[in-house]
Design a binder for this molecule. Sequence first.
Ligand SMILES: [Fe+2]
Length: 283
Amino acid sequence: MKISRRSFSCGLLGAGVLVGAMPSAEKGSVRIAHLCDPQFGFVSGRESMKWRAVEHFNENYAEDIARCEKAIERINALSPDLLLFGGDMVQNVDDIEKEWPRILKKVHVPWMITPGNHDMGNRVTAANLGRFRRMFGRDHDARDIKGWRIIAGNSQFWHPTELKEDRVAYELWVESELEKAKKYGGRVILATHIPPFAFSADENDSYDNCPTSLRMKKLEAYVSAGARFMLTAHQHRLAVRGYKTLSIFGAEALCGNFDLRPCGFRVLDVNPDFSYSWNFIKV
Ligand SMILES: [Fe+2]
């Protein structure tokens, strides 16, 4: 099934019919399920999401876990080449070790992860980084999948931290990975929790973007490395953006969305000629 070069769907596809509706995998095509912000017990202060107030924490927490387990079941059935966890695995960081050892055992496909601010802290701390690595193995990683280079970063290192050496080591790793990625002829997919920008590349610093002191340098480095896709989370809203030849896809959160989009995850199917589909799956 040929898919249009720049098409994506926001349709609420039911899991029952979804597998048959997906394009069949071509040689060198890659399928990535992107599950963002499961964030068990997500709390919001916004009026539009008042059911997410702190007094409903426990009921939301239980619902979020059940929804996450259901999403993982569906992802296992879709058999993607990769499940990419978009980060913010919990609302309160101590709950990582309480829940994720059990839940992670339910994942039966290869997976990678981009840590979120709720996992690392807005400024990365040693305790949070250590906890995350004990639980998930790596906070940044790169992998070759069917001829595509997938680079999953830790966007919390965009901000200064007491872990100066880790931050420097991380940036050197990013540089060397982007250098290696140049050999992939554009078959490069980047991922971070926080997007480089929320709305436009020239916006001011905020909770939802890469600081302006780094942003343009990073965007230019991504483009120079030939990266064509970047998958991001964090915003709890659908956010389709782009910079030059780089498409930046911000997916809905699994726990609750500020734009009142339903909860779910995304599946990116991308072919060697860069045609793709990016489907939403409601959970
Ligand atoms: Fe989040």
